[in-house]
Design a protein around this ligand. Sequence first.
Ligand SMILES: CC(C)(COP(=O)(O)OP(=O)(O)OC[C@H]1O[C@@H](n2cnc3c(N)ncnc32)[C@H](O)[C@@H]1OP(=O)(O)O)[C@@H](O)C(=O)NCCC(=O)NCCS
Length: 279
Amino acid sequence: MLIILIGMIYNNTMQIRDAQPSDKQAVLDFCKETFSWGDYIADVWDSWILQGNLFVAVENDTPIGLSHLVFTDNRQAWLEGIRIHPNYRRKGYGRKIISHCESIANSKTIRMIIESDNTPSIDLARSIGYDIEDWWRLYALVPKKETSSVITASDINQVSRFISSNTYVDSWKWLPLEKSDLEELLQQKRILLSIQNERVLAIGIWNESKNFANVLQLGFINGTDEGMLDILRFIQNKGYELHSERIQIFSQAKNILEMELLTKRPLFYLMKKDLKKNL
Ligand SMILES: CC(C)(COP(=O)(O)OP(=O)(O)OC[C@H]1O[C@@H](n2cnc3c(N)ncnc32)[C@H](O)[C@@H]1OP(=O)(O)O)[C@@H](O)C(=O)NCCC(=O)NCCS
């Protein structure tokens, strides 16, 4: 009797292991209705499995939780795709799967992004030592043939005074934005300048999303309203030329964008934990 009881307890213990391709269906089944609009895990599963550091929480080897850790560079680990099956919530599993990722991230800074109305997730992150680093707003922009006077930046001195953030967005990951990152972005010709009478009015940092085909993104924007409008028109036109399905604009919430061509989308909390502090 005792052996059976111990066996039952053991069987119900949650364990965390690397995700296998064969876990896909079980994971997609419990992720179908994560948010009011569904979920994006089906779109990224195959590439996440290839990238590695994709973890499942299992009970009796049946997946009931998910998380993905990405080393974006030697400074930061990015945490995404945290999901716990609706029938298994409030059992501490969310906390455990994040703690597993932290043990692998070792001494890095960990960041994650959470929509502002996702109270369970924000409370979970706060309860395990994550702080709000910044607030970001997403906007949508429709591709359109437009004209602008935007050029590509070539000199760090033209851009550094506009850098109001520690991070910029690339393919839904917030990446560190230090001097060396700016220099790399300049080389990649990804920093845009709006110039008038030899004065820089605004800057923007753009990319084509790696996760979603046909999505163009502006991952940082700052400057005067006139300059930012110029940059938005450039991106609109770029989207038109590239036949982009969608354009996503990410801006620090403190820089409010009131331009008519933008559609306001959700507000997000950028959350950060410095694991070095906890060593
Ligand atoms: C957010 C989520 C991962 C939490 O998973 P979970 O296993 O239920 O979380 P835990 O049991 O480990 O909870 C840890 C702490 O988080 C907070 N928390 C979790 N769910 C909460 C809720 N519904 N309301 C308020 N606080 C909550 C509490 O502080 C909790 O500690 P407590 O239970 O001791 O009070 C889960 O609700 C989920 O999958 N949500 C949908 C997907 C999602 O939002 N993912 C995150 C996107 S960034």
